[in-house]
Design a protein around this ligand. Structure first.
Ligand SMILES: Cc1ncc(COP(=O)(O)O)c(C=O)c1O
Length: 390
C-alpha cells in the first residue's frame, strides 16, 4: 500500500525542522531549566492591553472582520507609522496580518513564482529562510562578517550576489545579531534594487527594540510609496504580545488589494478583539516600551559583564533586539554543547546552526529576562566558559 507520506510535496518534506524547537521539546519537563532560546519577552502582555481585549470580547467583537484589518486599526497604524517616520504613510498602505510570520508569508506569496531566487544575509532567523523556500523559492545567502568587534555587511558584495534575485529579504534590526542598517546603506540598496526592478521585503519587527534611540532606521524613511518595498512589522516584541499573533504590512498602495485577496484564502482576517487591543497598545503603549527598553539595557549590561570581556568568547555587542549572539571559541559542536547545557547547567540556548552560522561554537541567548533569572543563568554557564578552549 502506498504510504500517505509518499504523496507529499518535496517542499514540505525538505523543510528543515527547527533545531531550537527540537532541543526545547527534548528539554520539556526538565526541572529548574532557564529557557533563553526563544525570542520573546519574559513578562505577560501588560494589563491595559489585555483589558481592552476583554472589553471587546464582552462587547461581542467575535465575528469575522475585514480582510485588511479593522479600519480603526489601519488608521491607528497609519498615524503611528506617520509619527514614527515623519512621513505620511496612508492607511491604504496598511494590511493587518495574523503575526509577523503571516505577514512574511503574504509578502512572499504576492511576489514569488516557483523557482524564483530570494537573496538574504546570514546569520538569520531561520523562518526567514524557510518561508520563501516553502513557497518554491531558491535562496542566495550572503554571510556577514565581524569587523572591529561589530557585525558588518559588505553591501556591495551582497548586492552583487543578489543580482539574480527576484526579491531581497533584509532584517534590520537583526535577529540574532542585533545588526542594524543605516540610512546611507538603505538608500544605496533601494537605489540599486529600484534600477533592477527587484522587490525588497524588509523585516522590521524589532524596530522599537533599540537602545540608543526611539526607533531603528527604516526603509520607509528613504522610499517612495510605489517602490517595490514591503515592510513587515509585528505586535509581538514591542508590546509583549507574542501569543496574540498580530502583525502588519506596509505596502505600495497598488499591492494592498492583492494582499486583501490572497489573505482571504488563508486566515481571512485577524481576530477583531485582538485588533481592538492593538489600538490600545499603540495609543497607550509608549511608556511600556520605554520601561521595557530600560530593562533590556540593564539585562544587556549583565550579559556584557560576563561575556564581552571573556578571553575565550567572541561577542559583538548589539545595540538592538534582545539577543546576545556569541561564540565560545574552541567549541566544535554547538548542538551537543546546547544539549549538555540543558542537562547539566539547566540553561536553554539556541545553537548558531539554527541561524545558518557555518562556524561552530555560536549560541543565541535571549536576554529579555528578569535580572535574577538572567544572573542565575550566566552563573550556571561559568563552568562551561572556563572549560572553553580558544
Ligand atoms: C526577525 C523576525 N521576524 C519575524 C518574526 C515573527 O514574529 P511574529 O510572527 O511573532 O510576529 C520573528 C520572531 O521571532 C523574528 O525574529
Amino acid at each position: 500500500m502506498t504510504q500517505a507520506i509518499d504523496g507529499l510535496t518535496s517542499r514540505a518534506m525538505d523543510a528543515a525542522p527547527s533545531i531550537t524547537r527540537e532541543l526545547a521539546n527534548t528539554a520539556m519537563g526538565t526541572q529548574g531549566l532557564i529557557p533563553l532560546w526563544f525570542g520573546e519577552p519574559n513578562e505577560p502582555t501588560p494589563k491595559f492591553i489585555c483589558d481592552a481585549a476583554t472589553r471587546a470580547l464582552a462587547d461581542g467583537e467575535t465575528f469575522y472582520a475585514e480582510g485588511l484589518g479593522r479600519p480603526f486599526l489601519r488608521h491607528a497604524l497609519s498615524d503611528y507609522m506617520t509619527n514614527l517616520y515623519g512621513r505620511q504613510i496612508g492607511s491604504d498602505r496598511i494590511a493587518v496580518t495574523v503575526s509577523g510570520g503571516n505577514a512574511l508569508n503574504l509578502a512572499f506569496q504576492s511576489v514569488l513564482e516557483e523557482g524564483d531566487m530570494v537573496a538574504t544575509i546570514t546569520p538569520a532567523f531561520p523562518n526567514l529562510l524557510a518561508i520563501p523556500r516553502l513557497q518554491g523559492a531558491r535562496l542566495i545567502t550572503h554571510s556577514m562578517e565581524i569587523r572591529d568587534g561589530r557585525w558588518h555587511l559588505d553591501v556591495d558584495a551582497f548586492l552583487e550576489a543578489a543580482k539574480p534575485a527576484k526579491a531581497v529579504l533584509l532584517n534590520s534590526p537583526s535577529n540574532p545579531t542585533g545588526f542594524m542598517l543605516e540610512h546611507d546603506d538603505m538608500r544605496h540598496i533601494l537605489h540599486v534594487l529600484r534600477q533592477r526592478g527587484t522587490w525588497l521585503i524588509s523585516d522590521e519587527v524589532y524596530a522599537r527594540i533599540v537602545f540608543e534611540r526611539t526607533v531603528a532606521s527604516s526603509f520607509l524613511d528613504v522610499s517612495e510609496p510605489e517602490d517595490r518595498l514591503i515592510v513587515v512589522n509585528s505586535f509581538s516584541k514591542s508590546w509583549a504580545m507574542t501569543g496574540w499573533r498580530l502583525g502588519w504590512l506596509t505596502l505600495p498602495p497598488s499591492l494592498t488589494p492583492v494582499i486583501e485577496k490572497i489573505a482571504e484564502f488563508s486566515v481571512a482576517c485577524a481576530p477583531p478583539f485582538a485588533q481592538r487591543a492593538a489600538v490600545t497598545a499603540l495609543a497607550e503603549g509608549e511608556p511600556f516600551i520605554a520601561e521595557t527598553i530600560a530593562k533590556y539595557r540593564l539585562a544587556l549590561d549583565l550579559v556584557k559583564e560576563t561575556l564581552a570581556s571573556h578571553p575565550k568568547v567572541t561577542f559583538p555587542v548589539p545595540n538592538s533586539a534582545f539577543y546576545a549572539f556569541f561564540r565560545l571559541n574552541g567549541v566544535e559542536d554547538s548542538v551537543s554543547l546546547a544539549r549538555d547545557l540543558i542537562a547539566n547547567a539547566k540553561v536553554g540556548l539556541a545553537p548558531g546552526e539554527a541561524f545558518l552560522m557555518k562556524e561552530p561554537g555560536w549560541f543565541r541567548l535571549c536576554f529579555a529576562q528578569t535580572p535574577e533569572q538572567l544572573g542565575e543563568a550566566l552563573e550556571r554557564l561559568q563552568p562551561w566558559l572556563k572549560q572553553t578552549h580558544g
